[in-house]
Ligand binder design. Structure first.
Ligand SMILES: *[C@@H]1O[C@H](CO)[C@@H](O)[C@H](O)[C@H]1NC(C)=O
Ligand SMILES: *[C@@H]1O[C@H](CO)[C@@H](O)[C@H](O)[C@H]1NC(C)=O
Length: 387
């Protein structure tokens, strides 16, 4: 049975690929024309012209963690309802292990140093500038450029559930000249993530974010630039490179994904028959047999982000569990079998909590999750950019 199913699946995939290639040749997909002035903020007439002019200038920004905020967070962490005990002999197979969660709540409330966190989050110069109605937050580090060294602009894009914090450790390396080259780095919070404004109306998917980021770079004086992206940042980087082929000087992707009809069929089938993906990708860190088990969050976040967001935005420890479970399994799938999820084999507690803090302080989990809904929307698919 298994064998037959596999053969049939392979057969359908072969056909699907063949049809898709023919369709691609016949339709010769063109690059969609995007409205580069599309407005995503509150209606323009509601904003004072003077205020808007001021918002369009590049303003220094820093993150503050007030004592009120710290007190409230501590109170919430130390007064959570008791967790439902984990099942006997289970570790992270059912999700974040509740016994471990107590350790994180205690650490966050009693040992995590908020002064240090504030210093770390403000380690690099940050700014805000209004682009298409949204106040965009970004780190911007201009390097020293000695004679004979060329400086090139590089846009670094994070994803979910990460943040600009993901790039902190790379910035000093990139901004130090090497082989006659140095990078000027720009690390924005994606719209709806962290300290960047969220769109106030539906439709802000990765393609629209690509346009916003292109305009952000333009505001900083860069028409042409390099891009690196992980997770959603990789999707957006790919779309930037598709939309603006003359302006993107190079694109480095930390994750190759593409969403076409054919890929969708294959992904669905691979949920049952792992070899369909393994054959193609020779990728062994997250086996595709785990696909159905490990992608439930995508379906939830793509369909009901606002419902899921209520609990996550209201409970710091709930937010921590939802986010850190991903850092555990996505670092190594066998981490599910470890009592502590293996988190500290890859990160320090502070690194992980600093990243959770970005979402908690800015109360941005709900708006951040909406990117899933917009990406899988019919409107986004109709652009045909993935083809
Ligand atoms: C917390 O961090 C600040 C800034 O890094 C440091 O000065 C202070 O000593 C730390 N507090 C403790 C209790 O470690
Ligand atoms: C993939 O991982 C499994 C389990 O960890 C291992 O037994 C297998 O040899 C790996 N395959 C490859 C191609 O690395």
């Amino acid at each position: 049975m298994q064998h037959n199913a596999e053969l049939m699946a392979k057969f359908s995939i072969t056909w699907c690929l063949a049809l898709a290639s023919v369709a691609a040749i016949v339709s010769a997909q063109s690059v969609p024309q995007m409205d580069e002035d599309e407005w995503w903020g509150p209606p323009e007439q509601e904003i004072d012209t003077e205020q808007l002019q001021q918002k369009k200038s590049i303003r220094p920004f820093s993150i503050t963690i007030s004592q009120d905020e710290i007190d409230y967070l501590r109170k919430r962490l130390l007064n959570h309802r008791s967790f439902v005990p984990p099942l006997e002999d289970s570790n992270f197979e059912y999700g974040f292990n509740p016994d471990q969660l107590d350790v994180w709540a205690q650490y966050w409330a009693n040992e995590y140093n908020f002064t240090r966190a504030e210093e770390v989050l403000n380690a690099y110069p940050q700014y805000k500038v209004n682009v298409q109605g949204l106040d965009m937050h970004f780190i911007w580090v201009k390097p020293q450029v000695p004679e004979g060294v060329t400086s090139v602009p590089l846009l670094l894009l994070h994803g979910w559930p990460s943040s600009v914090r993901a790039y902190h450790d790379s910035i000093p390396i990139l901004t130090t000249p090497s082989d006659g080259l140095v990078f000027e780095v720009i690390v924005p919070s994606l719209p709806g993530f962290g300290f960047s404004d969220a769109a106030v109306r539906p439709g802000m998917g990765p393609v629209q974010m690509a346009v916003v980021l292109k305009n952000l770079m333009k505001a900083l004086g860069h028409k042409k630039f390099y891009v690196q992206g992980e997770d959603w940042g990789a999707v957006i980087g790919r779309q930037l490179s598709t939309l603006y082929q003359d302006d993107i000087l190079g694109f480095h992707s930390a994750q190759l994904t593409v969403l076409t009809n054919c890929v969708e069929v294959k992904t669905l089938l691979a949920g049952y028959i792992g070899s369909l993906q393994i054959d193609l990708h020779q990728f062994n860190r997250t086996a595709s047999t785990d696909l159905a088990e490990e992608t439930g969050y995508i379906h939830l976040q793509a369909t009901k982000p606002d419902s899921v967001g209520v609990g996550l935005s209201d409970s710091p420890i709930g937010l921590c569990a939802w986010m850190l479970e991903k850092f555990s399994t996505w670092s190594r799938r066998d981490n599910r079998l470890l009592a502590d999820g293996g988190l500290l084999n890859h990160f320090t507690r502070d690194q992980l909590l600093d990243n959770v803090m970005v979402y908690w302080l800015s109360n941005s989990m709900t708006s951040a999750m909406r990117i899933y809904a917009e990406y899988f929307s019919n409107a986004q698919r109709a652009l045909g950019i993935e083809e």
